[in-house]
Design a protein around this ligand. Structure first.
Ligand code: ATP
Ligand code: MG
Length: 370
């Protein structure tokens, strides 16, 4: 069975993908994993426990490398093609937010170490867990990962992860990093590490030097942004009426409606993002969830728009800090967007960030990278 390779080769043959040696190697490893999963008895099942000596399910695979190399694309392909249930694909940041919520609930019960119970719950929900964009940048995550993953693997969970960094560079320079080292060891010893770092940043290539800030709003700008969206997501333009939407969870229990959301790319109107009462938590959730954000209908702002301007500043700060790629249609260049009004002086920093976000250097950075 070559579930992953067949599909990959078909996409290359159809010229949707260009041949890539690193990707072919990764596809072979993903196929090997798919075969092992197909052979394994239902993990954690009674049969599996009875056949005490049977091969445990494979721990999984960790793909790492520079941005736009096709890690998420290959993980999605594998996720679709590997017939193994129950399975789940989740953005790593959202998974960890969920883990902390479960930790709080378990701790409230005051029944000793909460990690085994949480791992058991997660393992019951998914035997194949795919994590996109694994990155560790806070000590709360760093301190629990080794134990959490040890329990998950013991429970027969198979993991596929993508990351911009090899395990040894995770949480580099982080507080109490020595307590994090067992997680690195676990990844290095148990998972198949696959480097995916060919010479081409395909995302950048798909943007093809196309401008990212379009002035003014209007049919030309709309057409250019549509084109960029379809190129970035491989979505057929003729089916544009059916682009998926998403309800993005905001910490604290609210959700945000995303009118177009596909493969880490979101489209919003300025009005929805900055014309309604929203705050840093919404913008941070967006910035962490999407690697590319397209904003349409940014108007020139006047003194009467001080609230919109303030929200826009918070939004751009969040996108900038998470290295999100921004494509936009606006009625003015960044430095003429908010010439007068409360906070117009401070807006200069936002304008400067917007300029930097158009640069090739910025566009080549990894999502969430330091
Ligand atoms: N071989 C290829 N030929 C053409 N396009 C490709 C190829 N591989 C990937 N792409 C496209 O390039 C874009 C970036 O790929 P992908 O999102 O998988 O990168 P990534 O490695 O996950 O990047 P990041 O580290 O930023 O998350 C996607 O639109 C994807 O479909
Ligand atoms: Mg990715």
């Amino acid at each position: 069975m070559t579930a992953v390779a067949d599909r990959y080769r078909a996409l290359v043959a159809a010229r949707e993908l260009r041949p890539d040696r690193d990707q072919e190697r990764a596809v072979a490893d993903l196929d090997a994993l798919a075969r092992k999963l197909a052979d394994a008895p239902a993990k954690g099942s009674i049969l599996w426990r009875m056949l005490g000596k049977a091969e445990p399910p494979p721990a999984g695979l960790y793909m790492y490398g520079g941005v736009g190399r096709g890690k998420s694309m290959l993980m999605d392909l594998a996720f679709q093609r590997i017939a193994y249930e129950p399975k789940r694909r989740v953005h790593f940041h959202e998974f960890m937010a969920e883990v902390h919520a479960r930790l709080r609930a378990e701790r409230a019960k005051e029944e000793g170490d909460p990690i085994p119970a949480i791992a058991k719950g997660i393992a019951e929900e998914a035997k194949l867990l795919c994590f996109d964009e694994l990155v560790v940048n806070n000590s709360a995550d760093a301190m629990i990962l080794s134990r959490l993953f040890t329990h998950l693997l013991d429970a027969g969970v198979t993991v596929i992860a993508t990351s911009n960094r090899p395990p040894r560079d995770l949480y580099l320079g982080g507080l109490n990093r020595e307590l994090f080292l067992p997680f690195i060891k676990l990844l290095e010893e148990k998972l198949t590490l696959v480097r995916l770092d060919g010479p081409v940043d395909y995302r950048l290539e798909r943007l093809g030097g196309m401008p990212t800030w379009h002035v003014p709003n209007g049919p030309e700008a709309t057409a250019a942004l549509r084109e960029a969206f379809f190129r970035l997501t491989d979505y057929p333009p003729e089916d544009s009426a059916h682009v998926p939407t998403e309800e993005l969870a905001i910490p604290g229990g609210r959700t945000l409606h995303v009118p177009k959301s596909l493969k880490g790319v979101a489209v919003f109107s300025f009005k929805r993002l900055c014309g309604e009462p929203r705050g840093a938590a919404d913008y941070l959730a967006i910035a962490r969830h999407f690697h590319t954000v397209i904003i349409v209908g940014i108007p020139r702002l006047g003194p009467e728009n001080r609230n919109e301007a303030a929200r826009f500043v918070t939004l751009i700060d969040a996108l900038y800090e998470q290295k999100v790629k921004l494509l936009a249609a606006a009625d003015a260049e960044p430095d003429a967007l908010y010439p007068a009004g409360d906070g117009a002086f401070e807006f200069a920093r936002t304008a400067s960030r917007l300029m930097e976000m158009r640069s090739a250097d910025y566009l080549a950075k990894g999502h969430g990278a330091e």
